[in-house]
Design a protein around this ligand. Sequence first.
Ligand SMILES: [Zn+2]
Length: 352
Amino acid sequence: MGVRGVLMGGIEAVGDAVTGGLLARAVEPKAGEADGYTHEKSCLNCGTKLTGPYCSACGQRAHIHRSVRAFFQDFLIALFNVEGKIWRTLPMLAWKPGEMTRRYIAGERARFISPVALYLFTVFAMFAILNFNGALGAPGQARNVKVGLDSAITEQQQELGRLEMKRGIEAAAGRDVAELDKEIAGQKAAISTTQNLATGNSVASPDVNRKVPGLLRPFIRHVKDNPQLVSMKVQDAASKFSWLLIPISVPFMWLLFPFRRKYNTYDHTVFVTYSLSFMMMLVVFGGIFVAVGMTSLASLLFFVPPFHMYRHLKGAYELGRFSAVMRTMALVTFAFIAVGLFAAATVAIGAS
Ligand SMILES: [Zn+2]
């Protein structure tokens, strides 16, 4: 509680000073009807007869105010409600994910941030940090690659020119040019490879096209012609359809616990959603480490997911060590399949 207590106390004091002080007094009317509803006998929201400070049917406060002070109080309550939950949820999600998931499923719903809220928050944070780092392909990147390849082609062509001039001189002098011819042929091949890269032909060269099913050919041509637009649309689809990962993952949990009637689909959904949220949080932290130049620390995060899955499974489903290890290995495999399915779906949605 220490730091947070002090912080909250401080902010609350500031809030009180603001709401109870100058601002409130300056804007609030003197008294009476205009500043609120404080003598109601039934709930203003749903009409139920009031028996205490809160409505017994819908939970709204009995007395509400129409003042700037009330507005600020609502703001602070909303802030600290969520903030309190964040500080309770995040450490437990990291160190005791199984216990938290079990307790949430068992009924302690108000104590922790709900899986869906946490999921939406982490999706937002993940795309924010990935965009900040340019990991999703800033528009400039593709252009930089193109410029780099174009200058490489120019250099290669200059070298080819030098070789051909040399060959001319040698041939005129009546010397053997077989070696030079080989070099020239090699240089020409190198230039055509680079040209293919620069124009994107390597993606769909006639050779590759023959192996690609006819249905996919227009799709590949579309990606090739509009790489930046497609990248943006896929990104857009990935964030819009991020919820898809949850229904994709739940059936794998059925496979993981085929005979455990004790746990139902709701339990699996909570587990999956908290787990995915944690994994996305790892991406967020990795992104922050990369942004501040701690790349090696970021790469260490790759080893975290299996350990987290193990602890999460073991705690949430009350498994023994062996059973948890076996299921973790299966879950790691399923996770790759689920992410692959999700990627295929978002590329199909985004690039079409
Ligand atoms: Zn009510």
